[in-house]
Design a protein around this ligand. Structure first.
Ligand code: CTP
Length: 401
């Protein structure tokens, strides 16, 4: 929906991952985006312009380019520029303000979001010079869909592999979403697992990746909210511009949530908070014994339940992870915690669960209206949850306590 009729300029630079750009373009064309391609000279060694012309139905722009105003024309035409794959060389040039080919000249002339999708050898990726350039561009609000770890085309293994097409599409959707319907709202999102230490080397935790919570925080920020994200340990990086706090245990998350409670209009509690913690954290590593070991656990504070008691005019959104009697259990949870909306998901279902980029959820609101969503990316799920929140706010339907 977000991509329909959007003008997306794809910059292709000289890396072997250029063949994967075809898949990205096909997905964008399928979503009815208007796609144009700019190729650097080096990229033409890896893939032909004819491939992109066939996929997009538009002429490809490439170097050497005639001096004139083509760069301005293309920079003004685009709603968004995506450099995929983005080599270390092009990233370095943009970071130092160079404009020595058509693509870098367009980027320098543009005032629309630019998304870089780096792909390169692991040592190039880890090189402090590349990392410095990437950090400098991030500071200036350029977006990065960071590479993944894996088998690289050069035969080495590690960071540097181009991110998945689905992830790149998510980022493009995020930067294009510009409906500030949460403007003026202060949104608190919790994400990730919590970790309850048992001794210096062992802990209790769960398989939450944090992706759903981070997607909610990102979507809320793009829709104009002032966002605080409190997260347990994850491998994810928040968007710059949000207030980001990391915690480890349920107790720490509880304290951070209520520290900013007075400044919250909407709480989205996506964290998978541990229900139990060790009665005593041992200072020394627990040694194994011949007989079995009994570990005494205490309940942690139920943050969302407490938030429900102190709700006031705030809107509260909870998550329910259920594998049986899903709707029944979710409704019970929503009522007992005094929530406005509960997002139900079953990790055993296809397309849902931990550490995947998609989710399939059911939204249940306090009037027990049930909306089943299809499998979609977590960022899309996040926008759909927020759409629902907006409708509730407009109808002033949320309950108070
Ligand atoms: N939650 C919380 N504090 C806790 C535990 C959970 O705030 N100590 C929040 C979660 O972030 C989530 C919702 O409560 O939004 C989930 O409710 P919960 O009853 O804990 O669900 P489960 O952990 O799935 O519980 P159960 O094992 O009873 O199904």
């Amino acid at each position: 929906m977000i991509l329909k009729n959007k003008k997306i300029l794809i910059g292709v630079t000289g890396g072997i991952a250029a063949y994967k750009t075809c898949e990205l373009i096909r997905a964008l064309v399928k979503a009815e985006s208007d796609v144009r391609v700019v190729m650097t000279e080096a990229s033409q060694q890896f893939i032909t312009a004819l491939t992109f012309e066939t996929l997009t139905g538009n002429a490809v722009h490439r170097d050497p380019f005639e001096q004139g105003t083509k760069h301005i024309e293309l920079a003004r035409w685009a709603d968004c520029i995506v450099v995929c794959p983005a080599t270390a060389n092009t990233i370095a040039k943009v970071a130092s303000g160079l404009a020595d080919n058509l693509l870098t000249t367009i980027i320098l002339a543009a005032n629309v979001p630019v998304v870089f999708c780096p792909a390169m050898n692991v040592q190039m990726y880890l090189n402090p010079l590349f990392q410095r350039n990437m950090a400098a561009l991030k500071q200036l609000s350029y977006r990065f869909v960071e590479s993944e770890q894996g088998e690289l085309a050069c035969g080495e293994h590690g960071w540097g592999r181009l991110a998945d097409t689905a992830q790149i599409i998510d980022s493009i959707q995020s930067v294009l979403y510009n409906n500030p319907d949460l403007h003026g709202k202060r949104v608190l999102v919790t994400a990730g697992p919590t970790v309850e230490d048992i001794d210096p080397v062992r802990f209790i935790s769960n398989r939450s990746s944090g992706k759903m919570g981070f997607a909610l925080a990102e979507a809320a920020m793009l829709r104009g909210a002032e966002v605080t994200l409190i997260s347990g340990p994850t491998r994810l990086k928040p968007l710059s511009g949000m207030n980001y706090k990391t915690v480890r245990s349920a107790g720490e998350m509880h304290d951070e949530v209520f520290k900013c409670w007075e400044d919250v209009d909407i709480l989205m509690m996506a964290a998978a908070v541990s229900d139990y913690k060790a009665r005593q954290i041992q200072n020394q590593k627990i040694k194994k014994q011949d007989e079995s070991l009994v570990l005494e656990l205490d309940r942690t504070a139920d943050i969302l339940h407490e938030a429900g008691q102190k709700k006031g005019k705030r809107m509260l959104i909870g998550f329910a992870l259920e594998t049986d009697h899903e709707t029944e259990n979710a409704i019970r949870k929503m009522m007992s915690k005094n929530l406005d909306l509960i997002v139900l998901n079953n990790p055993l279902e296809e397309g849902a669960g931990f550490d995947v980029d998609t989710n399939r959820v059911t939204l249940i609101d306090s009037s027990k209206q049930i909306i089943e969503l299809t499998v979609m990316s977590k960022i899309e799920v996040a926008h759909r949850i927020i759409d629902h929140i907006i409708i509730h706010m407009q109808n002033n339907e949320f309950i108070t306590a």
